[in-house]
Design a protein around this ligand. Structure first.
Ligand SMILES: Nc1ncnc2c1ncn2[C@@H]1O[C@H](COP(=O)(O)OP(=O)(O)OP(=O)(O)O)[C@@H](O)[C@H]1O
Ligand SMILES: [Mg+2]
Length: 258
């Protein structure tokens, strides 16, 4: 799909669980090729918002538009096949499968078969090779045993990259990362930052939920800030972090402040 206008648009999205207003009346747009950060203290509704975009939850109110098409409430597998994919905050690999086989699964999906998978690589090679190519690009040493070991035995740093690989295998247009830096050492994050940049330069639009603001701002040029489910502001990182409501929301938070 192509055309002008936002690739993704949220219009007054709310998600309530009984009396809990996890997301309340959130609107914003994402332009094609952007990297947009979503920040907010624990429990501010970031993951819930992602679940509403990706079809894991049907919003209580509001609309989600992809290339101007209403995808509100569309089931998750259909949203993924349209080209919006996400990593999970709590990673969900196929534990007993070798790491690279975790990518073969999405490579077999209709979207990957239609497009050839990540950058069309599947048109030129078999799926195992394409899976190993993607993992190599993400820092899995091809000649080591790491890509072949059971996913459940991988350390966190590799699991995060595997999550990214699983998403890329689908050849998405939009990649949504839910705290991809969390649980990683400073050096692991430092090696992921250029990787995310490269993925963006190769044409993907990226939404990044992050608590690690310093590292997030190395890739995201625009940020949406949430607090108690509501959007409190959006704009360039330096403006958002200087916003009194954002400072207030982070005050006393155990996570990295602004
Ligand atoms: N399925 C659910 N049922 C009831 N309440 C939920 C459900 N999912 C989330 N919530 C609540 O909604 C609020 C927002 O949660 P959410 O996980 O979206 O926050 P978050 O910003 O991703 O937090 P974190 O930074 O800790 O990951 C929290 O109060 C949470 O307890
Ligand atoms: Mg979350």
């Amino acid at each position: 799909m192509s055309g002008t206008g936002p690739i993704l648009e949220l219009r007054n999205v709310s998600m309530h669980f009984g009396g809990i207003r996890a997301v309340e009346n959130v609107s914003f747009q994402v332009e094609p090729g952007e990297v947009v950060g979503i920040i907010g203290p624990n429990g501010s509704g970031k993951t819930t918002l992602i679940n509403c975009i990706t079809g894991f939850l049907k919003p209580t109110r509001g609309k989600v538009l992809f290339h101007g098409r209403d995808i509100t409430g569309m089931p998750a597998h259909k949203v993924a096949q349209l080209g919006i994919t996400r990593t999970f905050q709590i990673m969900r690999p196929y534990h007993s499968l070798p790491a690279y086989k975790n990518l073969v699964v999405p490579l077999c999906s209709p979207r990957a078969r239609r497009t050839g998978g990540w950058r069309g690589g599947g048109r030129h090679g078999d799926r195992d090779t394409v899976a190993l190519d993607i993992l190599e690009e993400l820092g899995f040493e091809r000649d080591s045993r790491v890509p072949y070991q059971a996913a459940g035995t991988l350390p966190t740093g590799y699991l995060k990259r595997l999550e990214l690989g699983r998403c890329l295998a689908l050849n998405p247009e939009v990649l949504i990362c839910d705290e991809v830096f969390s649980g990683l050492s400073a050096s692991e994050i430092a090696s992921l930052v250029p990787l995310i940049r490269r993925i963006n330069e190769q044409g993907l639009t990226i939404l990044m939920i992050e608590h690690r603001l310093r590292e997030l701002f190395q890739v995201a040029r625009r940020v949406v800030a949430l607090s108690y489910g509501e959007k409190i502001t959006e704009g360039p990182p330096e403006e958002v972090t200087a916003h009194p409501k954002v400072r207030e929301a982070y005050l006393g938070s155990e996570e990295e402040g602004c």
